[in-house]
Design a protein around this ligand. Structure first.
Ligand SMILES: [Zn+2]
Length: 126
């Protein structure tokens, strides 16, 4: 009478344990696939490079997925410094050489999303 009980219980727990392992394993195996498929379905890659100039551009934000017109901030780029140094070398050292540093047309442009302030693209002059 005492024999069946200890034999049955370990088998039952073993089966339960195996089932749990299987379900865990299947969850682990399934979750990256699920994540990938969800990522691919809901977030198709948005290619933003190439369509930007130094001016605000209409696009879809890769971060918040809104249709937006980018906010542009200008920053000093290679062209600004290059023009500054070349003006210096030519001899315009008394103020003229700093002109490229203040002119937007010589600066690089950073495009930001106005909704989530995500940095979308940097337009480089050089
Ligand atoms: Zn955004």
């Amino acid at each position: 009478r005492h024999l069946p009980t200890p034999q049955v219980l370990p088998q039952a727990t073993l089966r339960l344990y195996n089932l749990q392992n299987i379900s865990r394993a299947s969850n682990l195996a399934a979750s990256p696939l699920l994540l990938n498929s969800v990522y691919l379905v809901s977030q198709p890659p948005i290619i933003v490079a190439g369509i930007f100039s130094s001016k605000p551009t209409s696009t879809i934000c890769p971060s918040c997925r809104q249709h937006i017109t980018t906010q542009v901030t200008y920053r000093l780029g290679k062209l600004s410094y290059l023009l500054c140094t070349s003006l210096c070398m030519v001899g315009c050292c008394f103020g003229c050489c700093f002109v490229p540093l203040f002119m937007k047309i010589f600066k690089d442009a950073d495009h930001y999303c106005p909704c989530c302030h995500f940095h979308i693209y940097r337009y480089k002059r050089l």
